[in-house]
Design a protein around this ligand. Structure first.
Ligand code: GRG
Length: 321
């Protein structure tokens, strides 16, 4: 539980405690490790990116992480959430992002990974998440982000991929997971991010979407994911990154959001929760720190709003041939 009201110093990021919390959550016997076993690849991406944003990536063994990560790759080229599980684009992007963080993309058989991802594109331009075929704009983003990092976007039909995303745009300016589905901040991040990476942001009605997104801020300063819902630290990422990509971030009260995120810290044991006084977890710890990064909080490295990786990592990849 977080101890936000208190004897502790208010309004400060307890970075060292978050670093210790992340390093501890790797310990096998923790509850979190057990429940996250099947999506360990995502957990590793959240934890390692947070460490890098706090300039502490050096505290983990690169070889240990990379050799475990490679045990998760399948013959198809896709990655699973952990050793012995099935491959899915969700984990394939996390694996690629982790290798990007460590500057280890060269150990990948890029042709194989990119063929796996490209092979999930459907005739209408949409993407399935794996061989079982579920379609969602999350998977469009993941495929586009992953192939862009691997410099293989030419393996898919980008025009059709963009057309499909545009077909998921709603009258309120937002986007859903499939055509006609309700606008949701998480899906908006995916659609806006994919459009940003492919240079297609002209398809977004920036004022209309900016209005919908800035209305996500509630009294406490936190953001929710859609109307009438509770605020949650993770929307500090989904909403804020989208607002930045469409150049409307000045439409929210940034200071109030910083305070909301800081109020969700466990000041004693580290970690960040969804809302003040709830239990912390690695997912919200990442999105809290990433949100603070977008808010230019001192001492936190800058993160790229479209690729969800530190700006220096993305520059290293995109600025080299
Ligand atoms: C690299 C950052 C990054 C992402 C990869 C997986 C993915 C791409 C994006 C997921 C986008 C998404 C749908 C996020 C929302 C997650 C979430 C908190 C869902 C909860 O939905 P509800 O309906 O919660 O349970 P609300 O807040 O609406 O009550």
């Amino acid at each position: 539980m977080s101890s936000s009201s208190s004897t502790f110093q208010m309004g400060q990021l307890v970075a060292d405690k978050h670093v210790r919390y992340i390093l501890m959550s790797e310990k096998k016997e923790s509850f979190e490790s057990v429940v996250m076993d099947h999506l360990r690849m995502n957990g590793a991406y959240w934890g390692l990116t947070t460490l890098d944003l706090l300039d502490k990536l050096g505290s983990v063994s690169v070889n240990e992480v990379v050799s475990w990560l490679m045990t998760c790759q399948h013959e198809s080229g896709g990655f699973a959430g952990n050793t012995g599980h099935d491959p899915h684009v969700l984990y394939t992007l996390s694996a690629v992002q982790i290798l990007a963080l460590f500057d280890k993309l060269d150990i990948l058989d890029v042709g194989k990974v990119s063929s796996y991802v490209a092979g999930l594109q459907n005739e209408d331009g949409s993407f399935s998440g794996d061989i079982w075929g579920e379609v969602d704009t999350r998977f469009s983003y993941i495929a586009i982000c992953c192939l862009s990092i691997l410099k293989c976007l030419d393996k898919i039909n980008v025009e059709k991929a963009v057309d499909y995303i545009v077909s998921c745009k709603n009258l309120d300016g937002g986007f859903g997971c499939t055509p006609g589905a309700e606008s949701h901040a998480g899906q908006i991040f995916c659609c806006v991010g994919a459009l940003a990476i492919t240079g297609s942001l002209h398809h977004v009605d920036k004022d209309l979407l900016g209005w919908w997104l800035c209305e996500r801020q509630v009294k406490s300063g936190g953001l929710n994911g859609r109307p009438e819902k509770l605020p949650d630290v993770c929307y500090s990422w989904w909403v804020l990154s989208s607002l930045i990509m469409i150049d409307r971030v000045h439409w929210i009260d940034k200071a109030k959001l910083v305070k909301f995120i800081l109020d969700c810290q466990d000041l004693e044991n580290g970690g960040i929760s969804d809302r003040p006084d709830d239990a912390v977890d690695i997912f919200h710890t990442y999105f809290g720190v990433a949100g603070l990064s977008l808010l230019e909080y001192p001492g936190v490295k800058a993160i790229d709003p479209a690729y969800a990786l530190p700006v220096d990592v993305i520059n290293r990849i995109l600025l080299t041939k």
